[in-house]
Design a protein around this ligand. Structure first.
Ligand SMILES: *Cc1c(COP(=O)(O)O)cnc(C)c1O
Length: 404
């Protein structure tokens, strides 16, 4: 007889497209930092759905807001107005010090929205000849999975076989301000970049990189678009990762934890007139800005601040990083991170990150390998010291038991 897990996996394999290769853990419940599988085994979630559940699984206050709004009104489309949208605008603008907001659903949609808006801004405001706008992006970027976005990916798995792609993008190495400067032309309308490259393996740029980038963008009239979909909303120990760099983006993209994991909600936040170029009919989304999404996002932002999760991310992140750094194992090449956005890069001889993830799962910790040799660690921001200490112990055991 097949177990419940094996039966469900068999069905998934038979009916589903195989565009993911998940760990074979069948989760059915979550609360705070913990998740449980169908057999009742408990795990510490050290991925947080790629930082979408920063507030912890099934946060009761977000849940209450969701249920309350779901009983009143869920969707009007933007053909009509709803009484939650203005409140969402007010609260997100105040929190992030933004002047304009455009709500969407997924992160990729927020990225696509910014690309559309900034191209139009380039033609109408900056005066770039129509059809000539250039956007500079970075190698190893991750901005989502839509056709427009994968066209400027440098990951062959992400883009191979999916062309032809849209023109108008230039790729430069991440962390290299001189390369960015060299790529600028009079047609450059924007620089789209992650403050810390998450999917690439938590890559932190050299000190001063973003200060220089900000200065170049200002000097050349280029819109700096920071993709904070993963780094934003407390993940790195600040509300936005740009704060570590002492800069402000012109356009900021957020998503993921904007709903605390309850619902897809993303937003384009703008400090310049970029969003001002969009006129009725030129952009939209049936679900974008719906009252249910707005009510959930309002609660998700409120608990993040009210419950001190951003400060906790900074404090516990430093503790976790120090503990992992103190592990003596030949497997470990480098420990990186800011706040609770951490990664352990293993030596190539260590045999690949996947088997370490499997071993951690046996010890009750869920983490995900990325780029073959890196273990990414990103628990919900509600994690406490005892949980960190316990998790570090499990990392210690696995990293020393499997070392080459
Ligand atoms: C996850 C992510 C996206 C895409 O978000 P989706 O909701 O999956 O479309 C874009 N940019 C970054 C930096 C991300 O981490």
């Amino acid at each position: 007889m097949l177990s419940i897990t094996d039966t469900l996996i068999e069905t998934e394999n038979r009916l589903g497209a195989h565009n993911y290769k998940p760990l074979d853990v069948m989760l059915s419940r979550g609360e705070g930092v913990w998740v449980w599988d169908v057999d009742g085994n408990r795990y510490l979630d050290c991925l947080s759905a790629y930082s979408a559940v920063n507030q912890g699984h099934c946060h009761p206050k977000i849940m209450a807001a969701m249920i309350e709004q779901a009983q009143k009104l869920t969707l009007t489309s933007r053909a009509f107005r709803n009484d939650q949208l203005a409140l969402f605008y007010e609260e997100i603008a105040a929190l992030t010090r933004s002047h304009k907001v455009l709500p969407m659903n997924s992160g990729a949609e927020a990225v696509e929205t910014a690309i559309k808006a900034v191209r139009k801004w380039g033609y109408e405001v900056k005066g770039v000849p129509v059809g000539q706008a250039e956007i500079i992006v970075c190698s190893e970027n991750f901005h989502g999975r839509t056709l427009g976005i994968i066209g400027f990916s440098t990951d062959e798995t992400a883009r191979g076989g999916f062309g032809p792609f849209a023109p108008g993008f230039k790729v430069v190495p991440f962390g290299d301000a001189a390369a960015f400067e060299a790529a600028i032309t009079p047609h450059t309308v924007a620089f789209l970049v992650e403050p810390i490259q998450g999917e690439a393996g938590v890559i932190i740029p050299p000190k001063g990189y973003f200060a220089k980038v900000r200065e170049l963008c200002t000097r050349h009239g280029i819109t700096l678009i920071l993709d904070e979909i993963q780094t934003g909303l407390g993940r790195t120990g600040k509300l936005l990762a740009e704060e570590h760099e002492g800069i402000e983006a012109d356009v900021t993209l957020i998503g993921k934890a904007l709903s605390g994991g309850y619902y897809p909600v993303s937003a384009v936040l703008s400090n310049t007139d970029v969003l001002g170029v969009l006129k009725p009919g030129q952009h939209g989304s049936t679900f974008g800005g719906n009252p249910l999404a707005c009510a959930i996002a309002r609660a998700a932002m409120k608990v993040l601040v009210d419950e001190g999760m951003i400060e906790n991310s900074e404090r516990q992140g430093a503790r976790f990083k120090a503990q992992i750094e103190s592990i003596r194992s030949n497997a470990v090449r480098e420990v990186r991170g800011r706040g609770l956005m951490l990664a352990v890069e293993l030596h190539p001889e260590a045999g690949g990150a996947r088997r370490y993830c499997e071993a951690l799962r046996e010890r009750g910790i869920l983490v995900k390998d990325t780029h073959v040799n890196t273990i990414r660690i990103a628990p919900p921001l509600v994690i406490n010291e005892d949980q960190i200490d316990w998790a570090s112990e499990q990392f210690n055991k696995v990293l020393t038991a499997l070392e080459p």
